[in-house]
Design a protein around this ligand. Sequence first.
Ligand SMILES: *Cc1c(COP(=O)(O)O)cnc(C)c1O
Length: 223
Amino acid sequence: MYDVKGNLRHVLADLPDDVQLVAISKYHPKEFIQQAYDEGQRVFGESHEQELRQKQADLPGDIQWHFIGHLQTNKVKYIAPYIAMIETVDSLKLLREIDKQAKKNDRVINVLLELHIAEEETKYGLTLDACRQLLDEGEWKSLSNVKICGLMMMASFVEDESQIRKEMMLASDFFDEVKQKHFSADDAFCERSWGMSHDYRIAVECNSTMVRIGTTIFGPRVY
Ligand SMILES: *Cc1c(COP(=O)(O)O)cnc(C)c1O
């Protein structure tokens, strides 16, 4: 049995106070989430809508759920009533749908724009140029029921620390660029979500404000 509480305490002790932990609970049983909850953790991340739906229904109502997987537009309506943050927005189409469903639920949904920086071709996300284009084009400003709170990215899954650091600093510099150009008067645009189990210490050094950690807390996932 994994010592979820002990692992969680270790991770939290490792993180500066101003870096938020999103405990990534995908593929892990509800009992593990409840243990982390009992230890005080309130922010959890899931990547599949159906799995999230079940857990959301069965676990305490004050959990803040982050969606961290690839999100199809036809699934947005299911999570719109309760989701605290959608970290993986990678198109204007998806942003529009989130706005529409948020309106129906009479709420504003917080989102992050997901960047594609890693060299792996399988990763989702906006290239830096596509992200620039989306923001320059400006339609997002009229979407009053979504709030863009920052950027999210996954670094390449490699051993080479300098490669990881390079990618995260590229994301950090890009954050500064768009902050200055589009969000200089918007305090809500402040989140830099990078860092997972294997690279969160590097991420903290590369200006992350939000780390997404699964395996180090809950153990290996059983698919
Ligand atoms: C699964 C996942 C994580 C957590 O990965 P670990 O290596 O288990 O910490 C973080 N971010 C995203 C987007 C994920 O899909």
